[in-house]
Structures are given as structure tokens and as C-alpha cells.
Design a protein around this ligand. Structure first.
Ligand code: UDP
Ligand code: MG
Length: 319
């Protein structure tokens, strides 16, 4: 039996370029494959004509096109997740709709898959966009904080074998970064180098503000270090002020001030206040740790909601 390759494209307000991308980039690339293919377009609650356009495009196609219409904008990571869960392929490929991920590399990815690779990730040879400084900082910070599961230059243009997809589908967390999760799974990966191009049409939807939020979110969900820092500072303050206070107590009131240090009321009060601040910081960090634990557990809402009427070709009733 011929193998099936699923291609997943998240689409959010891409009316300006989506048809060109599908006709001129994705189609020609998929024609080169010997496998059967299915295209899964995930409309992430676009507010423009994207959904209409892809529905029209889908009905014109001879090959299998399925459309997942999410009821609102859930963000790219969730859109990808919806597509990956719905995919039936023996291999699943994800790429952006804006032409920044060169679809012509798909055959090369599939080739590597045939040779046994279970994950093939495209790595940017160069950053072309203004995100350069931001992403440099971001990766620096992530590594500093001990999160080893993101690497600079890695993109979401990726092929995953069915084995990997099944494991990926077990993740339930909401706050997710596909790259981080896939890396966390720990399957060996192969890489291909790509030149990312500039977005063809339309505006990137990840504004700087959105990128910062994403960075902040993944920082918090990936690492507890930010929480703990204040706890450590608290411990430091408490130890130092406690030690100094104790020293002075002993040397002045018990030993009768042999060193002749003026104790002075101001110093005593300052030390006491510092000691209390340390205590407060520690208790705050403790609370934060509990909150973070609870937060991790409470993530139980559905990840996304599909508008089944507007979707095309989904398994009815299932999932
Ligand atoms: N996208 C999405 N939901 C969003 C934002 C973006 O599905 O809320 C899609 C978008 O249509 C594109 C891909 O995710 O296919 C990457 O988006 P964009 O080009 O805006 O981001 P960047 O290239 O800066 O990563
Ligand atoms: Mg883009």
C-alpha cells in the first residue's frame, strides 16, 4: 500500500497570499512525491476571507484536502496541534502559509524519512527578519535558565513519523510550543538547512508584543527559575542580616562590646527590617511554587474548538 503523507498548514489572516502559496509552492512540491498526500489546512479563526478562499481551493482539488475551521483564534501552536491530531499520514509535515518555509524542500525531508529519520527539522541558515536580536536574546535566556529543549534557528517546518505523532498527541498542556515539545520527546532528529525567505504577502501576525508574551509564557512554563530567584534573594538577605544581628548581639550585650562597635538604634532596626523582608520574599516564593504546581495541574480545558459546519472532511463525531 502506498504511504500517506499529511501536510499541515496553519492559516490566520492570509488572504493576500494563500492561493499563491497553495498553487505555486505547495502543490508543485507535493507532485514530486511518490506517496499519497493529504493537505490539512487549519483556519485559526481568520477574520479575513482566508477560510472562504481555502474552502474554495479545497473543492477544486483532485487530491485530498481537509479543512479544520477553529471557531476563534487560538494561536499558531494550537492550530498546529489541531492539525497534527487530525492527520492520518504515516508522516506528518508542518509548514507556514506565508511562503517563509520553502515547500520545495518537502521531497528532501521525505527522502530522509525513507532512510529512517523519524523527525526532520528545518533549521534556518540565516535569520532574515527583524526578530534577530529578539530571538538571540530569547535563546540565550532559555538556555541560561536550563531549558535545553529549544535551539536557535529551528523552525516549525518539520516532518514527524507516525510514531512521533502518536507520542506528541499525548501532550495535554495548553501553554505549548510545538518545537519545545517535539524536542522534549527525545527522538533523534535530522536537520536540513533552509534559507527562510521573507513573508510573501500580508503582515506577520507575531508582533513584537506577541513574541514577548510567547517568550514570557514559555519561560514560565519551561522553568521555575524566575520564581525561585526571589526566594534565593530572600534567603541571602535573611542569612546576612541574621548573622550580622546575631554577631552584634553577642559581642555587645554578652561580651560587653570588646570591639567597641556602636550598636545604634538605626542599625538595629535596619537589620531587623532586612531580616523580615527576607522572610517575606521566601514565603512569597513558596506560595508561587504552590501556585505553579496547581497551575500545571489545572490545565484541563479543551485545547481548541472546531467549527464542524465550516470544516471539511473531518471524521464525524470522533474526537
Ligand atoms: N498563524 C496562525 N495563528 C496565529 C498566528 C499565525 O495560525 O494566531 C499562522 C500564520 O498564518 C502562518 C504561521 O502561523 O501560517 C506563521 O505566522 P507568521 O508568519 O505571522 O509568524 P512568523 O513567521 O513571524 O513566525
Ligand atoms: Mg511568517
Amino acid at each position: 500500500m502506498r504511504k500517506l503523507v499529511s501536510v499541515i498548514v496553519p492559516v490566520y489572516n492570509e488572504q493576500a497570499g494563500i492561493n499563491d502559496f497553495l498553487d505555486k509552492e505547495l502543490e508543485p512540491a507535493l507532485e514530486k512525491l511518490a506517496e499519497e498526500t493529504e493537505i490539512i489546512l487549519v483556519d485559526d479563526g481568520s477574520r479575513d476571507e482566508s477560510l472562504k478562499l481555502i474552502r474554495a481551493w479545497g473543492t477544486e482539488q483532485k487530491q485530498k484536502v481537509r479543512i479544520i475551521a477553529l471557531v476563534k483564534n487560538f494561536g499558531k501552536e494550537i492550530a498546529l496541534t489541531a492539525g497534527i491530531r487530525e492527520a492520518r499520514g504515516d508522516a506528518v509535515i508542518t509548514l507556514d502559509a506565508d511562503g517563509q518555509h520553502p515547500a520545495e524542500e518537502i521531497p528532501r525531508m521525505v527522502e530522509k524519512w525513507h532512510k529512517g529519520a523519524r523527525i526532520v527539522t528545518a533549521v534556518r541558515a540565516q535569520n532574515t527578519t527583524s526578530h534577530r536580536l529578539g530571538s538571540w536574546l530569547y535563546y540565550r535566556l532559555m538556555r541560561r535558565l536550563g531549558n535545553q529543549s529549544v535551539h536557535e534557528g529551528e523552525t516549525d517546518f518539520r516532518l514527524m513519523d507516525r510514531v512521533v505523532v502518536e507520542e506528541f498527541n499525548r501532550f495535554t498542556e495548553h501553554n505549548r510550543m510545538t518545537r519545545g515539545l517535539v524536542n522534549w520527546l527525545g527522538f533523534p532528529q535530522e536537520h536540513i538547512k533552509i534559507q527562510t525567505k521573507n513573508r510573501k504577502k500580508g503582515a506577520p501576525t507575531y508582533s513584537l508584543r506577541k513574541l514577548m508574551t510567547l517568550a514570557g509564557d514559555s519561560l514560565v512554563s519551561a522553568s521555575r527559575t524566575p520564581l525561585l530567584i526571589f526566594g534565593y534573594i530572600g534567603v541571602g538577605i535573611m542569612l546576612v542580616s541574621g548573622a550580622v544581628g546575631l554577631f552584634q548581639l553577642v559581642q555587645e550585650y554578652i561580651l560587653g562590646d570588646p570591639l567597641g562597635i556602636e550598636w545604634g538604634g538605626g542599625v538595629a532596626v535596619s537589620l531587623f527590617v532586612a531580616f523580615l523582608v527576607g522572610l517575606v520574599l521566601i514565603s512569597q516564593a513558596m506560595t508561587a511554587l504552590y501556585v505553579s504546581q496547581i497551575h500545571a495541574e489545572v490545565k484541563n480545558r479543551p485545547l481548541y474548538i472546531i467549527d464542524r459546519e465550516k470544516s471539511v472532511g473531518l471524521d464525524d463525531g470522533k474526537k
